[in-house]
Design a protein. Structure first.
Length: 384
C-alpha cells in the first residue's frame, strides 16, 4: 500500500504524550489518528486513565510501551522529563474533562513541553488567564484544538474575507445544533453525557462550553473580527440538568459587524449541524460542516457559486490544507490533522504558532464567551 505524507521517511516523527483518552473516550482516538495522518507525530506515552489497568489496556491497543503507560499525569511529566532529549515526549496532548485542563496544562508547560489542549480551555476565565500567563512565561507553543479551523474551505472563507471579496462586512450568523442530549443520557450512565452534565467537571456551560465555543471561535476566525458585546440567553430543557443544553446570543463585533450565535444539543434528529454565514456589501458566503467540501458564494447579481475543496483557485493555505483530488471528499479527521501538521511545521522550524492556528488567546476568549452569555442571561447586554 502506498501512503502519502509531507514528512520525509528520514525525519523522525515528533513525540506525543497524551493525558486522557482512555477506553470509551471519543476525542482521544481522534487526536491520535489526526496526529499520525502525516507521519509528523508518534504517540509514545500516556496517562490515558486514572485507572492504571485501563491505561495499560489503551496503551496495548495503541502500541505504546507498557513502561510509558503512566498511572498519573504527574508520573508522565516527571518520567518523561528525565528521559534523554532525543527520547522524551515533545508535546503533551490534554484530552481530559474540562476541569483538569488547567493544572495539567500549566504543569506540562513548566516542565518544558509544548501543549495541545482540547476545548474549552478550562472552566473559568481566571484559570484561563493563568494558563495564558504560563504560556507567556515559558515561551512554549500552545495549541487549542478548534478543529473546524482546519477545514480547507473554512480557511478559504477566511482568506476571501481578508482580501475584501465580500466588501465591508455587515453580519455573521453561526449555529451549531445537535440532538444527542435531547434525553437524559447522564441518568442512563452514558459516560460522555455524564461529565458534560456536571458543572464541577465541565464548567458552568453545557452546550455553551461543548459546542458554543466552537461556533464562537469559527465566527471570529473566519471574519477576522472580535465580538465586543453580546446579549445572551440560555436554557436547560431536560429536567434536572445542571448546565445549559440550549443557548443563543446577539453579537456586536469590531468594525460594526452584527451577528447571531445559536447552539443546542436538544434538537431531536440533528447530528452535527454547524453552519456559518457571513455577509458584506459585495456578497456573502455559507459553509456547512456536514457538507464541508462546498463553500457557497452569494453575489449581488443573484445566483449561487459553489467553491469545492480541490478548486484550482483556492488561496495558498486552503490549497495546502486540501489533501485529496477533485471529487474525493475529506472531512473531520483531515481537518484535525491539518492542525497537527501545522503545529509540527512550527516545532521543526523552531517558530511560534502561525496566526491561523488557534492559540491560548483563542482559548481564553472562548471561556470568556461562556461566562459572558451566562452573565448576560441575568442582566442583559455585556462586554466581552
Amino acid at each position: 500500500m502506498t501512503t502519502t505524507s509531507d514528512t520525509p521517511a528520514t525525519v523522525r516523527p515528533l513525540r506525543l504524550g497524551m493525558v486522557g483518552g482512555g477506553p470509551g473516550a471519543f476525542i482521544g482516538a481522534v487526536h491520535r489518528i489526526a496526529a499520525r495522518l502525516d507521519g509528523a507525530f508518534e504517540l509514545v506515552a500516556g496517562a490515558f486513565s486514572s485507572d492504571h489497568g485501563r491505561c495499560l489496556e489503551r496503551a496495548a491497543e495503541w502500541n505504546v510501551e507498557p513502561e510509558r503507560a503512566y498511572a498519573s499525569w504527574q508520573d508522565l511529566l516527571r518520567a518523561e522529563s528525565e528521559r534523554p532529549a532525543d527520547e522524551r515526549v515533545q508535546v503533551v496532548v490534554v484530552v481530559t474533562p474540562n476541569h483538569l485542563h488547567h493544572e495539567i496544562a500549566i504543569a506540562a508547560l513548566e516542565a518544558g513541553f509544548d501543549v495541545a489542549c482540547d476545548k474549552p480551555l478550562t472552566t473559568s476565565s481566571a484559570l484561563a488567564d493563568e494558563i495564558a500567563r504560563a504560556v507567556e512565561r515559558t515561551g512554549r507553543r500552545f495549541l487549542v484544538t478548534h478543529n473546524y479551523t482546519g477545514y480547507p474551505l473554512v480557511r478559504e472563507a477566511r482568506a476571501l474575507i481578508a482580501r475584501g471579496d465580500l466588501g465591508e462586512l455587515r453580519r455573521v450568523d453561526v449555529e451549531y445544533v445537535q440532538g444527542w442530549l435531547a434525553e437524559d443520557l447522564a441518568a442512563q450512565g452514558q459516560k460522555q453525557a455524564a461529565w458534560r452534565a456536571d458543572p464541577a467537571l465541565a464548567g458552568p456551560g453545557g452546550a455553551l462550553g461543548d459546542i458554543g465555543t466552537h461556533a464562537f471561535n469559527l465566527a471570529e476566525f473566519v471574519c477576522g473580527a472580535r465580538v465586543e458585546r453580546l446579549f445572551g440567553r440560555r436554557h436547560s430543557f431536560v429536567a434536572g440538568r445542571a448546565v445549559d443544553d440550549d443557548a443563543e446570543a446577539l453579537l456586536e463585533l469590531t468594525g460594526g459587524v452584527r451577528g447571531t450565535l445559536r447552539c443546542s444539543q436538544v434538537c431531536v434528529g440533528r447530528e452535527n449541524g454547524l453552519v456559518l454565514s457571513v455577509f458584506g456589501t459585495r456578497g456573502g458566503l455559507t459553509w456547512r460542516q456536514e457538507h464541508p467540501n462546498d463553500l457557497e458564494l452569494h453575489r449581488p447579481e443573484g445566483g449561487l457559486t459553489v467553491k469545492r475543496t480541490a478548486n484550482a483557485d483556492l488561496s495558498p493555505l486552503a490549497a495546502a490544507s486540501a489533501r485529496t483530488p477533485p471529487g474525493h471528499p475529506q472531512g473531520f479527521l483531515e481537518a484535525f490533522a491539518n492542525l497537527y501538521r501545522d503545529l509540527a511545521t512550527a516545532i521543526r522550524a523552531e517558530a511560534p504558532l502561525p496566526d491561523h492556528l488557534p492559540s491560548v488567546t483563542d482559548g481564553v476568549r472562548g471561556v470568556r464567551f461562556v461566562e459572558a452569555v451566562i452573565e448576560s442571561d441575568a442582566r442583559g447586554w455585556v462586554e466581552l
